[in-house]
Design a protein around this ligand. Structure first.
Ligand code: RAM
Length: 333
């Protein structure tokens, strides 16, 4: 809600100051369409987007999302954005393929469609911005789980939605790592989905704890899931017996690390991700970027992104947090 108000105020002040219509026409309208509302990860991404917008000037950045993380909700919003005639849409997709018809329609109207965080398949966007290297994200989570489990025992995954492009890629990478002989003592017993809703994630975590009394680790590759799972472990008095790891926001995980339910977790900087995605969108609208393989696109304080053969680019390595550094980063995101 806060986000819509911010946009409305920016637009209203333009009118109030009687900007000429020529100026208004020059304004680049970029929509950041995320998986769902009420997720702190995306709120931070929008903060980064606003930073890029302020730096570039003359951008109206619209933050929007369905209430629940569904492809249907995103399709409806994209149709509305086409009708509004925005210049670009940056999307964290709830499904890799379901959005393709509507994003193709948007691109046919000249709207620059990019995906970030959670991708749309190649034909449905001009480029995709990965937060980091997918293989590394999968690998890191298994290493953290293995460390927490002492190298052996039952582990389970609590993911976001069953269709989420990014989580499904990371789960695939985790499975590949688990298939290695040196991981043979780790037993992945289940994968469940909390739909990036706190309540559902909490219930799914309780379900895992009940079904697998000797479970050692829950890996949640989602900021919503990891916080909910840590809360479930604490509420059940299982701290020290079951550990939670995965991808989390320091600001949401500080208390869970201090409680001992979480020994370590990882993430990248969502502010930098939103900043870069917004900058890229601007470069497609105004800077002539096309997303062709090998293309190098300047993205302000983040330097230069290089497009690979799949029309993708990746940002930095995920960073690991534990009791030694979580409090410091909790102030930032
Ligand atoms: C949640 C969302 C997002 C993902 C993070 C790690 O906030 O599912 O897409 O990148 O977790």
């Amino acid at each position: 809600m806060k986000r819509f108000v911010a946009t409305a105020v920016a637009a209203a002040s333009l009118l109030a100051f009687g900007m000429s219509s020529a100026f208004a026409q020059d304004t680049v309208r970029i929509a950041m369409l995320v998986k769902n509302l009420g997720n702190g990860f995306f709120d931070s991404a929008f903060d980064g987007g606003q930073e890029a917008a302020a730096e570039l000037g003359n951008i109206e950045l619209i933050f929007t999302a369905p209430t629940a993380p569904t492809a249907e909700g995103q399709i409806e919003i994209i149709s509305n954005l086409i009708a509004q005639g925005v210049d670009a849409i940056i999307i964290s997709a709830n499904d890799p393929t379901a959005l393709i018809p509507v994003t193709k329609r948007a691109m046919a109207r000249g709207i620059k469609v990019l995906s970030f965080d959670s991708g749309i398949a190649k034909e449905g966007r001009l480029m995709h911005l990965n937060p980091s290297n997918n293989e590394l994200i999968g690998f890191k989570q298994i290493v953290m789980a293995s460390d927490a489990a002492g190298g052996a025992g039952k582990i389970a995954i609590l993911s976001a939605t069953a269709q989420a492009t990014n989580q499904n890629i990371w789960i695939e990478e985790m499975r590949k790592e688990l298939a290695k002989p040196e991981r043979a003592s780790l037993d992945l017993v289940d994968v469940v989905y909390g739909d990036d809703q706190s309540d559902k994630s909490y219930q799914e975590a309780l379900g895992l704890l009940a079904r697998f009394p000797d479970l050692k680790v829950i890996i949640a590759p989602t900021t919503v899931g990891i916080a909910a799972a840590a809360q479930a472990v604490r509420d059940k008095g299982l701290v020290g017996k079951v550990f939670v790891t995965g991808l989390g926001l320091p600001s949401e995980m500080k208390g869970h690390v201090e409680s001992g339910a979480v020994l370590s977790f990882a993430i990248w900087n969502p502010i930098d991700l939103g900043y870069t995605a917004t900058y890229l969108a601007y470069q497609f609208v105004k800077g002539g970027a096309t997303g062709a393989p090998g293309e190098k696109i300047k993205v302000g304080r983040m330097g230069v992104m290089t497009i690979d053969e799949n029309g993708e680019a990746a940002m930095a390595e995920p960073f690991t947090f534990d009791a030694s550094n979580v409090a410091k980063f909790a102030e930032i995101f």
